[in-house]
Write a protein that binds this ligand. Sequence first.
Ligand code: RIB
Ligand code: CA
Length: 313
Amino acid sequence: MAPRKIIIDTDPGQDDAVAILLALASPEDIDLLGITAVAGNVPLPLTEKNARIVCELAGRPDVRVFAGCDAPLARKLVTAEHVHGKTGLDGPQLDAPTMPLQDQHAVDFIIETLRSEPAGTVTLVPVGPLTNIATAFQRAPDIIGRVQEIVLMGGAYFEVGNITPTAEFNIYVDPEAAKIVFGAGAPLVVMPLDVTHKALTTKPRIDAFRALGTKVGDMVAAWTDFFERFDMEKYGSEGAPLHDPCTIAYLVRPELFAGRLINVEIETGSDLTLGMTVADWWRITDRPKNALFMKDIDAAGFYALLADRLARL
Ligand code: RIB
Ligand code: CA
């Protein structure tokens, strides 16, 4: 089968970095058309720089990286340096990138790509706030019907929130954008905290990255070592959830995941529950089933895939 053409929309973020590496390590499954950076974990100047750092780490300075929106549609930017550190990729010492940032705005790249590629052949993989995607849909509604699938990391239901008691970070940062994307009608696969919190780094799993004996393996181990302290303190878990790589792993090995096609709506009116993904898991309402909402993962298979593919870089 031909590799899947994708655009990764991202706010690196250590876990975003691992998602990008997994995509670049899987050319038989993934044709990465470009990376679009968005403000999220850290401000845009850092997320676009971090995306280029990761491409160079993978030995792929040819990948096109675009800078997108530097603030949510209708709110002040909320960032997550408390999780990812000041640079967004804290942990190891990193050299500044030398590969260029593309001049074109990320939103224009998304629109142009969806209009120029055959309809139904491009998958969008947002792993940060949905500002770029929503802006593209608002500016060019004709592209929505041309999207093959949106496979995003965001939201939570049974796991509840990680940035507020009810909201997951990517959705919370730009709930208006999320409402647009979840209501657009494009086929949608959601990797919420309900599934990513079952994909925890553990010492043996991080040791497996270090045992690769490569710069990529060492970097991923250092990133996860840094990144996991937040979740371990907050949840008392034995490791950190590798959120964003779940999206790429789904594209490579969908059988690692299980979920339900259900209705998911976004709270944008209540300050108390702003950004909550209201998932009708028990199908109580007759609202349209707009999302394949994942709940289970073969975590051992996920980490085996990661170690196996990252060894290639
Ligand atoms: O809530 C987890 C999500 O927020 C991940 O995408 C992480 O990178 C941060 O963006
Ligand atoms: Ca992210």
